[in-house]
Design a protein around this ligand. Sequence first.
Ligand code: AMP
Length: 177
Amino acid sequence: MIDKPIETVMRESKRNILIPADLVATVNQDNNLQHVFMVLTKVRYAKIPVLDNDNHFKGLVSLPMITELMLQDTGITSRPLESVKVKQIMQKDVPTIYERDNLEAIMRYLVDENFLVFVDSDNHFKGIITRRELFKEINFLAHNFNKHYIALPVYNHKSTSETKKAKVQGTKGIINR
Ligand code: AMP
């Protein structure tokens, strides 16, 4: 569980960590791969959401999923892309979130993934939460924590000499030790 003071300060930032659906590049599940290839190349995002005609979230597609089909024994060709729809190759087992306030789950998920898809209770696509936006929240926390709380060192877990050493390193700005 996230410590309460940490969560409280992160919520203080009042920033919206969600990139709303209308600002997210998406494709329709019935688009052919030639179209999706062009969209992905243009927007320069590694992976984007796939939706149906009613804006339900269906999956994710990335450039490597498409280029794999282009590699043939004879070389590279875009010919197969015209006849294959994105729904045939997209990643379907994608976790989503519908509680935007669940910082705990969001943080855990974004350790391994670049973004998390946000949906409503009917699986309508509402936007994405990216690692970058979460990082801005953590940056806010790092710079604002002591405006809200007084942090005291915990002495009982370390010997006095270890604590003194940690303090000296801290003042010299040593990291990675
Ligand atoms: P970022 O943390 O901004 O680098 O974004 C991480 C990932 O989220 C990108 O590589 C994309 O896969 C996805 N992403 C971010 N912004 C958008 C957007 N506006 N449209 C579609 N996908 C996006």
